[in-house]
Design a protein around this ligand. Structure first.
Ligand code: M6R
Length: 618
């Protein structure tokens, strides 16, 4: 994880620009932050860094003229969060500074080698070896330039990196990537250049970008940008435009990004559907999939690979693919898939789901799938991200920038894409009748307004949260399409409120979890009118018989649920829809419940402790 940023160009407040960019990258980690720059008329590197968030560190910076700066916001992997472990890191002579996102897996061996050669290390990080390695090669016999030294140094690194490097002797930034994102931003008049871990930090300055591929190196001066491969051969790159604007990445008056993103969901579902759900024709179509009908018919198996919230979207995708398109489907934790020697062939479609497109576990598994001959498809939010570029086929979800660490709108956009994909495959494979398809498509188009109705009544959910936020533990029960939703709801509660919550398929309750039920262990249950409604009613009866408190999410007009609940229980009503579409309507109250509990507990909702938005290390 970690976020890196850099600036070189016509402005002489480079450090301020870099601090601004860092605060937009803080969702990637916020254990410590720092900048390194070369003061105008000076040949020394100045560093300001400390434990804590970007704003804390910025307060220690006294404005100085500089047109060259690199910066970092950290999510600690090697070495505790501390000032000494904060980036940037320097070489022994303090002539070089580096910032790094990723993990250097062979850092112990490199450190030993460098220490034997006389280098002095000050931090416990893996990253510091990069500074000393570059130093080892830099200006050796006064021949090598910074870019040559970087090239030689990175050839020895194992693991992943996105780095930006400066020297007090040359007016340039050298950036390189392997496995961790690096985006170069190009100033309007080509007289300033930026480096960032994502496009969001570039938005206030430019929307022209060049994302680096693995193995590429960018050499930036005030008025030039050169990209080469690892052997110094120039690489011609296309300039890519950022597709969203600054406003869509701001809070728009909401107290938190997470709340804004929850409220954006009706619009986001519409965006993901746009041009793909053909209501008049009663069908769904997905251009980006670029698969011939024959190829779709030949799919023998689908495997979803993903992490966290995206994995829960994949779990729902399994239910959809099997019911609608009748394709045997598996869901795998991306962190497990790569290491279990998966059996794959060309008729297996491996679908990687990722908001960021940069999750290291998912990337590693996607590469494994490709190497083993599977067909691959990415369902991704961030345009131009690694997964979007490396999957053979792709579907963008168009959720816009998601800044809150807890994923919300990306989830609803991901599942929207999965409904579309299942309907598309189902039609081509003839597994769904035209009549059923039309009914589904028509109801699908009504989902955004039903989600809006829930959001309009968010206060009801706030009142429920106010009564339940003090519990230490929760059980979340759902079945069928709502089983992945309770996993997602429980994850949201854990992430941002730090309340322990366990999602369970309701039928399993009697096989173990029921032992935990008493008056101090409440249950959130999804109890909508579908084919397992009566079974869930039995679960509620069983919980009540053991004095457990209940929060039930049920459909408007259902009078039966209330009859078996007691005065300390709560009901949240959602609009009616087809059973298949309830996930859209049941996940939203769970997101809001987690948000309001976290708020009541005074948690940092957008930046919960120990987490980072984009997990770019395996
Ligand atoms: O960017 P990705 O969708 O690949 O991220 C996967 C997970 O890291 C992510 O969903 C994480 O679990 C979120 N914090 C969930 O809210």
């Amino acid at each position: 994880m970690c976020g890196i940023s850099a600036y070189i160009g016509k402005e002489n407040n480079a450090a301020e620009i870099v601090f601004n960019m860092l605060s937009r990258l803080e969702y990637r980690g916020y254990d410590s932050a720092g900048v390194a720059y070369v003061k105008e008329g000076n040949d020394k590197i100045s560093v300001v860094k400390d434990i804590g968030m970007v704003e804390n560190v910025r307060e220690q910076y006294i404005s100085e003229h500089s047109d060259l700066c690199i910066g970092h916001t950290r999510w600690a992997t090697h070495g505790e969060p501390s000032k000494i472990n904060a980036h940037p890191h320097l070489d022994c002579k303090q002539e070089l500074a580096i910032v790094h996102n990723g993990i250097i897996e062979n850092y112990l061996a490199l450190k030993k080698m460098l220490e034997d050669e006389g280098h002095k290390f000050v931090s416990a990080t893996d990253s510091e070896v990069i500074a000393h390695l570059i130093e080892k090669f830099y200006n050796k016999d006064d021949v090598l330039t910074l870019e040559d030294a970087v090239r030689q140094a990175i050839a020895l690194l194992r693991g992943s990196y996105g780095i930006a490097v400066i020297s007090s002797k040359e007016e340039k930034i050298v950036a390189a990537r392997l496995g961790s994102p690096i985006i170069v931003g190009i100033g309007k008049d080509k007289d300033e250049y930026f480096v960032s871990s994502d496009t969001n930090a570039l938005l206030p300055y430019t929307n022209s970008t060049i994302p680096l591929n693995d193995g590429e190196i960018a050499i930036l001066t005030k008025n030039d940008c050169r990209i080469t491969n690892k052997d110094a051969i120039p690489v011609q790159k296309k300039i890519e435009k950022i597709l969203y604007d600054l406003q869509s990445a701001e809070k728009d008056g909401y107290a938190h990004y997470m709340l804004k993103e929850i409220f954006e969901q009706p619009r986001v579902i519409n965006e993901t559907m746009r041009g793909r759900l053909k209501v008049e024709e009663g069908l769904a179509k997905l251009g980006g999939v670029r698969m011939k009908d024959e190829e779709i018919r030949n799919i023998s198996r689908i495997i979803f690979i993903a992490c966290g919230t995206s994995l829960h979207a994949g779990m729902l995708g399994k239910y959809l693919m099997e019911e609608i398109a009748r394709i045997p489907t598996e869901v795998e934790y991306a962190s497990e898939f790569k290491y279990k020697f998966p059996v794959l062939d060309k008729n297996t479609l491996v679908i990687a789901i990722s908001q960021s497109g940069e999750t290291a576990d998912t990337i590693a598994s996607l590469r494994e799938a490709r190497e083993r001959g599977a067909n691959t498809l990415g369902i991704v939010n961030v345009v131009g991200s690694t997964i979007a570029r490396e999957a053979k086929k792709g579907v963008y979800i168009y959720a816009g920038p998601e800044i809150g660490v807890a994923s919300t709108k990306a989830f609803t956009a991901q599942i929207t894409a999965l409904y579309l994909l299942s309907l598309y495959f189902g039609r081509i494979r003839n597994t769904i009748s035209g009549f059923a398809l039309r009914e589904i498509v028509e109801e699908f188009a009504r989902i955004p307004e039903k989600v809006q109705k829930i959001l309009d009544n968010a206060n009801v959910i706030k009142d429920v949260a106010d009564k339940f936020y003090n519990y230490r533990d929760f059980l979340y029960l759902g079945r069928g399409y709502n089983f992945p939703i309770v996993l997602e709801g429980a994850l949201k509660l854990k992430e941002i409120s730090y309340i322990h919550a366990e999602g369970y398929p309701a039928g399993e309750m009697k096989h173990g979890p029921i032992a935990m039920i008493d008056e101090n262990f409440p249950t959130m249950v999804i109890l909508v009118k579908d084919n397992v409604y009566n079974k869930l009613m039995n679960n509620v009866e069983e919980i009540k018989a053991r004095h457990g408190r209940i929060v039930a999410i049920t459909t408007e007009g259902d009078g039966d649920v209330k009859k078996i609940l007691k005065e300390h229980d709560e009901v949240i009503y959602i609009p009616k829809t087809l059973p298949i579409f309830y996930p859209f309507l049941t996940v939203v109250p769970l997101q809001l419940f987690a948000y309001f509990c976290a708020l009541k507990l005074g948690r940092n909702v957008d930046k919960p402790r120990n987490l980072a938005k984009s997990v770019t290390v395996e």
